[in-house]
Design a protein around this ligand. Structure first.
Ligand SMILES: NC(=O)c1ccc[n+]([C@@H]2O[C@H](COP(=O)([O-])OP(=O)(O)OC[C@H]3O[C@@H](n4cnc5c(N)ncnc54)[C@H](OP(=O)(O)O)[C@@H]3O)[C@@H](O)[C@H]2O)c1
Ligand SMILES: [Mg+2]
Length: 328
């Protein structure tokens, strides 16, 4: 079993008198900045002028340009999108890096795949909350937290791990549990999870289920409820009480059908495909493809995202959610 740290195991005195810069105010940046501030951390937000700047100020944050925020800070949290990080690093943060400071990530991509190479003398750490930013914020506001992974890529001060633990505690993650890992393991398992199961796997399971039902003549609204809407209810059950706990709550017919037909749908070929995806993550092919597409203007990224927005299930879904008051 891995070591799990909770609030009582974490000494956050290390943050006393230290300033923390949150670079970026999006999904993670906003949630992390607000949680830390409410935990008593001295937070400054680093941005370029624009929408995020206005939002951060409206939230009562101190906002500065990236380079100025990084200049002021002892610990710098890199919370702009992964693909934007190398430029923000090279053009601004790197200029403000001094020995003894810490550079912190919420995902190991740019360090693990060598897109950012921090100098010796600075701590390079990670605190990766295992939830989307808004969910992390919601849980903190309710007195809970989401689990987080911490890792150290470079320990220049001898205090790198203590800094990561203290930040994790300030984010509320010490209430849920903090697990130590490596940049390599976090990066590769995070990419695999989001590609094979969470985002990619779930997306395509839904798309294919919807296609099969509607092609067979069932009404799209009905198909939407069966393969998408109800998925949330099932996942909530699994989240709360595991797979067998979910089966305990559905009918015996659903139990028998699920357990017999499930492995026929998600068959050995799917597992082989997952191994191919994992290989491409481990050997850097996926990272190269993503960085290349971004550098060429994100053409493939945008094409696929547009295609997704125009799916029939998206149109049906919007209508159904509006009808039921879920969406305006
Ligand atoms: N999304 C998640 O829940 C999640 C979960 C775990 C880990 N992570 C990791 O957290 C990191 C941040 O991801 P995210 O999804 O939170 O990012 P995001 O929401 O897409 O970040 C957008 C923010 O970055 C700012 N930004 C973008 N380019 C910038 C630039 N060149 N200079 C200054 N600011 C810039 C944006 O400001 P403007 O308004 O000015 O564009 C905006 O405030 C990533 O490493 C990601 O892998 C994310
Ligand atoms: Mg991820």
């Amino acid at each position: 079993m891995v070591d799990v740290y909770h609030d009582k195991d974490i000494d956050d005195k290390i943050l006393e008198g230290k300033k923390v810069a949150v670079i970026g105010y999006g999904s993670q940046g906003r949630a992390q900045a607000l949680n830390m501030k409410e935990s008593g951390v001295d937070v400054v937000v680093g941005l370029r002028p624009g929408k995020s700047w206005e939002r951060a100020e409206a939230d009562g944050m101190t906002v500065k340009r990236v380079i100025d925020a990084a200049e002021d800070a002892d610990i710098i949290l890199m919370l702009v999108p992964d693909m934007a990080q190398p430029t923000v690093w090279a053009e601004e943060i790197a200029l403000a890096m001094k020995p003894g400071k810490a550079l912190q990530f919420a995902h190991g991509f740019n360090i693990h795949f060598g897109q950012i190479k921090p100098p010796e003398g600075v701590d390079v750490i990670m605190v990766a909350p295992k939830a989307p930013g808004p969910e992390m914020r919601r849980q903190y506001e309710q007195g809970f937290g989401v689990p987080a992974l911490i890792a150290v890529a470079q320990d220049a001060t001898g205090q790198a791990k203590d800094k990561a633990l203290a930040i994790a505690k300030a984010l509320g993650s010490g209430r849920a549990g903090v697990i130590e890992t490596t940049f390599k393991d976090e990066t590769e398992s995070d990419l695999f999870g989001e590609q094979a199961v969470l985002c990619g796997g779930t997306d395509w399971l839904i798309r294919r289920g919807f296609k099969v039902l509607t092609e067979a003549g069932y009404p799209p609204e009905l198909a939407y409820f069966e393969v998408l809407n109800e998925l949330k209810l099932i996942v909530d059950l699994i989240y709360k009480s595991g797979i067998s706990g979910m089966y305990a709550a559905v009918s015996d017919t659903a139990k028998f059908g699920g357990m017999t037909v499930g492995p026929m749908i998600i068959d050995d070929r799917v597992e082989d495909n997952m191994r191919v995806a994992l290989k491409a993550i481990q050997n850097g092919d996926f990272a190269k493809g993503w960085v290349d597409d971004y550098n060429a203007g994100s053409k493939e990224f945008r094409r696929l995202y547009d295609e997704c927005k125009n799916l029939e299930i998206e149109k049906v879904g919007k209508k159904v959610r509006q009808m039921s008051g879920l969406e305006k």
